[in-house]
Structure formats: structure tokens, C-alpha cells
Design a protein around this ligand. Structure first.
Ligand SMILES: Nc1nc2c(ncn2[C@@H]2O[C@H](COP(=O)(O)OP(=O)(O)OP(=O)(O)O)[C@@H](O)[C@H]2O)c(=O)[nH]1
Ligand SMILES: O=C([O-])CC(=O)C(=O)O
Ligand SMILES: [Mn+2]
Length: 618
């Protein structure tokens, strides 16, 4: 038996790859010594590199090339059946102090976690290639942008990072010039060579049953082990742009949020910029790409998942989308629901856990009205409609460059971002929560955000449909104590003062007694945006005060042509005081879990809610 050299053996240095003499090099050497990859490849972000990564994945059987007639330059990946979503129970915030992680995060002492993970990473890349992926979140060199380097032993991850972030020598040059950067270390945790030097065959989707998605906010580091799935492995996204960035934002006075960004233009050409936070798989991508059913109104896409917001020199709140691509939910995406997404994924797209048609295209539930008679399902098994199980995994995703989106806004890469007029919070609630509300003040808006509850989706492990608190849609993504985060929001509002955006809450998912959605949703959500725009213009008294917030006055929400009955409309806005007193009790319990870190402003809002409900009850 030949014992293979345990040190990195070859290293590809191309003309385009600058010899980084910064700390990056030292860190790469250190990680390579620990993980023992067969080779180290420095990524330059070029098209050629994208092509090479794709070829490696095809040769290794990790991607299936789709039929170029229907889906040019596109591929299907099938994950391990146990690696299909974010693993929240294995996601850790390892701040020095346990209280800084707070009761909603899993905490482990940073030294202990590093010790444990050092053991896990030891030799974890044997037989594999270590890709060095320098990237920028936000346009390279942008004032709001941030830099990172991901080290990964997965070509799928390196290729996906190419699409989702700005990878390449530009980012590395800025790091070498002395800008701060985040260390993001990733291994699928499946070495091809064991301790005795024996070589094992690779699998289509290498991963490890033991997963760790660990964050070290105090040193701005990420260590991710065992998973290849997007939210666990594309570390620019949730790990950096939300968990680590939220801590940087707290320290620097800005906001890192799980928000889409859009430009809304009214029929007279007035532009509004809106940011909206909905929990995972609750409609951000769809709202970001909305195609208006109201004549004259237009939505343009700036971002579909993450926004970084910072007060500008003019005193207003400005936002960028730090990502360069979409990692979108496939099921439910069809011509009738999200035509802009369907056009975006015409080609150059990686699909993960979609079904495969007999003629080599992808398919998922909701893509077309007619269901194919035969497919290979997301596991590669034969499938036909009679089987009673979905063909695509409910969390099947597409990974595609944002530049391909037909509704992308012309200024989506503007270095300073766009000025935000309104912030919207939402969730998936079958009952209780009205279609739309306007907050009475910034603090009331923070209360609405802090008390969002939503039915769980397939985007994370766990029971789909279970109602849980998901404050600001950030429950799985806030890198520090959630109550401190609320206090941070309150303080940002104080600083913005009269320049603060108005805050709204929406719920597209309320159901009638028959279990059907009461609201048509999708393109018709423009009707709610139109009302929001009317509130921003303040032209007419289009709202009335209710116990939960301001709601559209009679006739102020355009529901013409929807075929809604008066009863449907009443039900969409119904507020049951008894049910809401019960929600208030649960909110009190929820707040109690954070002790005295909950800002007094939120306790005051809860007291006001109770008294307004009592008034309504009489
Ligand atoms: N009924 C209804 N369903 C919607 C609406 N908008 C989105 N959906 C469905 O909700 C699911 C998730 O929507 P997305 O827009 O992908 O969710 P997201 O918030 O971007 O999710 P993440 O990428 O996980 O953060 C899809 O199956 C959509 O079809 C709506 O207005 N009404
Ligand atoms: O991070 C992911 O895997 C996808 C996503 O947007 C979410 O779960 O909110
Ligand atoms: Mn998301």
C-alpha cells in the first residue's frame, strides 16, 4: 500500500493569480497543513475557471448536464438525501460570552469549538482539491462592500460561490492592499484517503453525517464542516452576509438583514425603494421579481434575500444587495406565479434536487400546469404522478446569476445602493395576521418585526408547518443576542429620526375555513404595494387605525377584478381580540426569555397592544 504524501503536493498558480503575500497565504498554508488536500487551487473568478470547475464536476458525476436545447449551460446536482437544507440544530454562534449569543442561538465556547473542529478538519481534505475562493460581498470596491476568502474542498461550492458572490483577483487585491476580510473555512468532511492511506471512491454528493456550521463573531471567522448544501456551505451568504455581518453592523451602526430589495415605480413614474424581510421560503424571491397585474405599476429587482442598510450622508437609510446571484426555491416557481424567475433560469443555471425529465430538462411541482407522465425524482428514482410523493425535493433550489433576471434594476450594483422608503415584515400565517398593516411609528414597526411568527418551511430541517417565532426573519441568522439586536434597531431609528423609512407588515398566506388561501398573492401583491406607496406619498387619508396598526380605509385597497367576496375581504383583515390577547401572552413569554435585555420600547409597545385590544373587546 502506498502511503500518499499528506502535504499538499501541487499548487496551480496561473498568471492571473497574484502571489498574495498577505495573511491569506499564511492562512491557506496553515489550513492545507491541517486538512491535507491533494492540491491547492487559487480561484481567479474567470469564465475559464467556471468552465473548468464544471468539467471537474461532470467528470466526477456530481453534475448532470441538462439538454442544451432547453436549458443551455445548465446542470442538475442531486444531494445526499440527508443534506437538503440548513441545519439549525448544528449551527453555532461561538461568541466569547454565552450571553452575547443569546437564548435563540446554539452556543459553544469558541476555544472548545475550535478544538473540536480542528480534530474534525484534520485530514478532512485528503485526496481532494482545496479551492481558495477570494470574494467580495457587494460590488468590488464598493463603500458598503465587504471581503472574504472561502477555503473549500467542494468544486460545487466553489462554482456556486462564482455565481452568488464576486469571486476573484479583484477581491484578493483589496485584501492585499490591507482591507479587512472574513475567514470562511469549509469542508464537506469526507476525505478520499483514510488514516491508513487507503483510497475510497467518491460519492455524487460527499458530506458527513456530523455537521457543524460554526461562527466566531469576535474574530469574524466561519468554520463549516460536513454539509454541501447552500445555506450551510456557501459561506458568503447566511454565515457571512447575515451572521457575521450582523455583528459587524451592530458594532458599526448599520443593519445586515434577511431582506429582498425592490424598486417600485408608480404610473406617474415616481420611484420607491422597498426592503422586505420574510422568513425562509416565505416569498422574498417572488416579491422581488413581481410582475404587476395593475397597469402602470412596475417592480424592478435589486435583491432577493439579503440587504445591508446604512445611513447615508443625506441622513437617509441606503441599502445594497451584497449578493451577485439568486439561490431560489424551485417548487412553486412557474410561468403563472413567477415568470421573471422562469425567464432568469433559461440557461447557465445549477439546479439542486429538482426532478429530471425524460428529455433532459428539470421539473418541479408548480413549474407547469401539466405534470409529466414520467420523471426521475430528485433522488434519481423513477417517478410517475400516481406515486403520491413529490418529484422534486420541497427545498429544491436554482442557483443563477442576478444579471440574467429580466426585471433586474439598472442600478442594482450601484456602490452606494438605493435610498429606502419603506421596510416590510412578513410571515406565513394561516390565521390571525391581516393582509397588510402600517406601523404607527418606528418603534411600533420594530415591535411588529420582533414579534413575527411564521409556519416553518422546508428551507431548514424540522417540522414543516409548525408555528414559531422568527423575529425580523432573522431567527436562524442573527449572530448575536436577539434582544440586543432589537435594541440596535431601536437605536438606528433614533439616529434616522424623521428620515426613517415607514414600516409595514404583510401576510399573503391567510387561509379561509376551507383551507384555501384567501389572497391570490404573487402578481396581485402589487395591490398591497400600491397601498403602501399611497401611504408613503401621504396624499389621502387612505388608512384607518386598528388595534394592530393602520389598515386600508374602505376602498383604499384595489381589489377590483379579483372576485373576492366581502366575506373574504373581511376575513383577510379580521382581528380577533381574544386570539390576539393570547398572542400577546405568548409575546410576553417570548420576551421573558431574553430577561432585561429587551428594550423598554418593546415592552411599551406590548402594553399598548394589550390596551388597544381591551378597548376593542369593550
Ligand atoms: N400563496 C402564495 N405563495 C407564495 C407567494 N409568494 C411566494 N409563495 C411561495 O412560497 C414559496 C417560497 O417563496 P420564495 O419567494 O422562494 O421564498 P424566499 O423568502 O425567497 O425564501 P428563501 O430563499 O428560503 O429565503 C414558493 O413555493 C412560492 O411559490 C404568494 O404571494 N402567495
Ligand atoms: O440559505 C439557504 O439555504 C437558502 C435561504 O435563503 C434560506 O434558507 O433562507
Ligand atoms: Mn433566505
Amino acid at each position: 500500500m502506498t502511503i500518499l504524501e499528506a502535504r499538499p503536493q501541487t499548487e496551480r498558480r496561473t498568471a492571473e493569480t497574484p502571489a498574495s503575500d498577505s495573511d491569506v497565504r499564511a492562512w491557506v498554508d496553515q489550513v492545507a497543513a491541517l486538512t491535507q488536500p491533494e492540491r491547492v487551487v487559487w480561484c481567479d473568478g474567470s469564465d475559464r475557471e467556471r468552465h473548468e470547475l464544471t468539467q471537474v464536476l461532470l467528470d466526477e458525476g456530481k453534475l448532470i448536464r441538462l439538454n442544451g436545447e432547453y436549458r443551455p449551460g445548465s446542470y442538475l446536482a442531486r444531494s445526499d438525501p440527508d443534506d437538503v437544507a440548513r441545519v439549525e440544530s448544528r449551527t453555532f454562534i461561538c461568541s466569547t460570552s454565552r450571553d452575547d449569543a443569546g437564548p435563540t442561538n446554539n452556543w459553544v465556547d469558541p476555544d472548545e469549538m475550535k478544538h473540536e473542529l480542528t480534530g474534525r478538519f484534520a485530514g478532512s481534505m485528503r485526496g481532494r482539491t482545496l479551492y481558495v475562493v477570494p470574494f467580495s460581498m457587494g460590488p468590488v470596491g464598493g463603500r458598503l462592500s465587504k471581503l472574504g476568502v472561502q477555503l473549500t474542498d467542494s468544486a460545487y461550492v466553489a462554482l456556486s460561490m462564482h455565481i452568488m458572490t464576486r469571486v476573484g483577483t479583484g477581491a484578493l487585491a483589496l485584501i492585499d492592499a490591507g482591507q479587512s476580510w472574513v475567514k470562511a473555512l469549509h469542508s464537506v468532511g469526507s476525505p478520499l484517503i483514510d488514516d491508513d492511506g487507503a483510497r475510497h471512491p467518491d460519492s455524487e454528493w460527499p458530506c458527513n453525517p456530523d455537521k457543524y456550521i460554526a461562527h466566531f463573531p469576535d474574530t469574524r471567522e466561519i468554520w463549516s464542516f460536513g454539509s454541501g448544501y447552500g445555506g450551510n456551505a456557501l459561506l458568503g451568504k447566511k454565515s457571512f452576509a447575515l451572521r457575521i455581518a450582523s455583528v459587524i453592523a451592530r458594532d458599526e451602526g448599520w443593519l445586515a438583514e434577511h431582506m429582498l430589495l425592490i424598486k417600485l415605480t408608480s404610473p406617474v413614474g415616481r420611484p420607491f425603494h422597498l426592503a422586505a424581510a420574510f422568513p425562509s421560503a416565505c416569498g422574498k424571491t417572488n416579491l422581488a421579481m413581481l410582475r404587476s397585474t395593475l397597469p402602470g405599476w412596475r417592480v424592478e429587482t435589486l435583491g432577493d434575500d439579503i440587504a445591508w442598510l446604512r445611513q447615508g450622508e443625506d441622513g437617509r437609510l441606503w441599502a445594497i444587495n451584497p449578493e451577485a446571484g439568486f439561490f431560489g426555491v424551485a417548487p412553486g416557481t412557474g410561468e403563472s406565479t413567477n415568470p421573471n424567475a422562469i425567464e432568469t433560469i433559461w440557461g447557465n443555471t445549477i439546479f439542486t434536487n429538482a426532478a429530471l425529465t425524460d428529455d433532459g430538462d428539470v421539473w418541479w411541482e408548480g413549474m407547469t400546469d401539466t405534470v409529466p407522465g414520467h420523471l426521475l425524482d430528485w433522488t434519481g428514482a423513477d417517478w410517475h404522478p400516481g406515486l403520491g410523493r413529490p418529484a422534486a425535493h420541497p427545498n429544491a433550489r436554482f442557483t443563477v446569476s442576478a444579471a440574467q433576471c429580466p426585471s433586474i434594476a439598472g442600478d442594482w450594483e450601484a456602490h452606494d445602493g438605493v435610498p429606502i422608503d419603506a421596510i416590510i415584515f412578513g410571515g406565513r400565517r394561516a390565521s390571525n395576521v391581516p393582509l397588510v398593516l402600517e406601523a404607527r411609528s418606528w418603534d411600533h414597526g420594530v415591535f411588529l418585526g420582533a414579534t413575527i411568527a411564521s409556519e416553518q418551511t422546508a428551507a431548514a430541517e424540522g417540522a414543516v408547518g409548525a408555528l414559531r417565532r422568527d423575529p425580523f426573519a432573522m431567527l436562524p441568522f442573527c449572530g448575536y443576542n436577539m434582544a440586543d439586536y432589537w435594541a440596535h434597531w431601536v437605536s438606528v431609528g433614533e439616529r434616522l429620526g424623521a428620515n426613517a423609512p415607514k414600516i409595514f407588515q404583510v401576510n399573503w398566506f391567510r387561509k379561509g375555513a376551507d383551507g384555501r388561501y384567501l389572497w391570490p398573492g404573487f402578481g396581485d401583491n402589487i395591490r398591497v404595494l400600491e397601498w403602501i406607496a399611497s401611504r408613503l406619498e401621504g396624499t389621502e387619508p387612505a388608512a384607518v387605525d386598528g388595534p394592530l396598526g393602520r389598515v386600508p380605509a374602505d376602498g383604499a385597497l384595489d381589489v377590483s377584478g379579483l372576485g373576492l367576496t366581502d366575506a373574504d375581504l373581511d376575513e383577510l383583515f379580521a382581528v380577533d381580540p381574544a386570539a390576539w390577547q393570547a398572542e400577546a401572552d405568548l409575546t410576553e413569554e417570548f420576551f421573558a426569555g431574553f430577561g432585561d435585555r429587551v428594550p423598554t420600547e418593546l415592552h411599551a409597545q406590548l402594553a399598548e397592544l394589550r390596551s388597544r385590544l381591551a378597548e376593542k373587546q369593550g
